[in-house]
Design a protein around this ligand. Structure first.
Ligand code: ATP
Ligand code: MG
Length: 395
């Protein structure tokens, strides 16, 4: 319903920040592209992070924040403006509505009211750009197969997407996305970070390399020194631009450290967490999930993928993991060492290097499932019947 709504939140009350962001992030398809605690930064933010909606929490200073809202509406008439306040003073509500706020949401915000308000602006929005889906992958521990999954999922999505797909290497120091596809990048993410104020699709296009499968690649920085300069805000800006250009933007990352800082995962439609059947992997994910919950992140957007799954030699079971994390495993990728190592060392994705392998079929089905909601119901039926797909997804 709120598919593709990009919001900028202005909130000066730090104690309310998490509750506010968790309310909005609970809405499917809504992304918070920037959070500001300094109203003067709005003009800079809207240039870097195109948005459809601005949410202003009025309470700390209603008079001047309503004035700010009026200025925003005048300057950017296409933006929808929501006010949030604990006060139901009719004068305040009237003043806000007269100043151009479309909706006035009372604290604590009721899910139903928020859903209705977003529904109304979804219908109104005519200038809304089509935005691609952002998919992040997060490895629970080193070497658990996150990059392999990200690259191969991106290749499969490039096959089904209308506006193709791009894979972004967010492993800024040691990423090997380009190597897995046998590509030698001339430009990288770092080149885009030098000119962030005026980033646009034509510049991004120059930094991309095209793979024979149709997938585009944005490589990690070539030099270590460049990687150290890149900030979460840089990455968020680039990802937002890519979402205007491609149907699917698949990130190999963020790293576990970046994941728990607000920024990148807030933009993601889905985050696949890749873990193996080991205690450190489960512990790490448990900690990441706890931290994200504290930050107001919507854990429904997170799906667990069990990687390198083999039934023998396991001391932990799928049930152990599901119980500990209190979440279902969404899909299981089998341990296929020879297939994967051959693919990695020859720089061939599974799509072309091992099209019939079981692991490729599972990743392909996941891509179809992401792409086509109808496939989703077929998948559910298949799972209910205990069909092949169900067995492949570990249900
Ligand atoms: N499904 C699999 N079956 C067997 N081996 C695998 C599988 N997936 C990955 N591997 C092995 O694990 C190694 C690491 O894979 P990959 O680089 O995808 O992991 P990663 O989680 O991205 O690691 P890093 O922490 O270094 O980023 C590969 O070189 C490969 O040998
Ligand atoms: Mg990796």
């Amino acid at each position: 319903m709120a598919r593709g709504i990009r919001a900028i939140v202005i909130n000066l009350e730090e104690e309310y920040a998490i509750e506010l962001r968790s309310k909005f992030l609970a809405v499917e398809g809504l992304k918070i592209v920037a959070e500001l605690d300094e109203p003067a930064l709005f003009d800079t933010a809207i240039k870097q992070f195109p948005a459809d909606l601005v949410v202003i929490h009025l309470d700390p200073d209603p008079e001047s924040l309503i004035r700010l809202g009026a200025q925003i509406v005048e300057k950017y008439p296409d933006l929808a403006l929501f006010a949030v306040s604990a006060s139901d003073n009719p004068q305040l509500i009237l003043q806000a509505m007269r100043s151009g706020f479309r909706e006035f949401l009372l604290r604590p915000i009721e899910d139903q009211h928020l859903a209705e308000a977003l529904n109304r602006i979804s219908k109104l929005a005519t200038s809304q750009m089509e935005t691609g889906k952002l998919i992040c992958t997060l490895g629970a521990v080193g070497g658990c197969g996150a990059t392999t999954f990200a690259v191969n999922l991106a290749c499969e999505l490039a096959q089904v997407a209308k506006r193709s797909a791009v894979v972004v290497d967010l492993d800024l120091y040691f990423g090997h996305v380009a190597t897995l596809l046998d590509l030698t990048p001339q430009f990288s993410l770092a080149d885009l970070c030098q000119t962030l104020d005026s980033i646009d699709p034509s510049m991004v296009e120059k930094a991309l390399i095209k793979h024979e499968t149709g997938l585009s690649v944005l490589a990690r920085p070539i030099h270590f020194a460049q990687a150290g300069q890149i900030t979460v805000a840089n990455i968020a800006t680039i990802l937002n631009t890519l979402c205007t250009m491609f149907d699917y933007v698949v990130c190999d990352g963020p790293s576990r450290v970046e994941a728990v800082k607000p920024g990148i995962l807030d933009l993601a439609d889905t985050t696949f967490v890749i873990l193996n059947l080991t205690v450190p992997a489960v512990r790490n994910i448990d900690r990441v999930m706890q931290e994200l919950t504290r930050e107001g992140y919507n854990l429904d957007r997170m799906k667990l993928i069990l990687s390198r799954f083999a039934t023998e030699h396991n001391t932990l079971s799928v049930e152990d993991i599901e119980q500990t994390l209190n979440r279902k495993i969404f899909a299981s990728l089998p341990e296929e060492l020879k297939t994967i190592n051959t693919a990695i060392n020859t720089g061939q994705p599974l799509l072309t290097g091992a099209p019939k392998s079981k692991i490729r079929q599972i990743i392909k089905n996941l891509a179809l499932n992401i792409h086509d909601p109808q496939a989703d119901s077929a998948l559910k039926n298949n799972i209910a019947r205990g069909g092949l797909l169900a067995r492949m997804l570990g249900k």
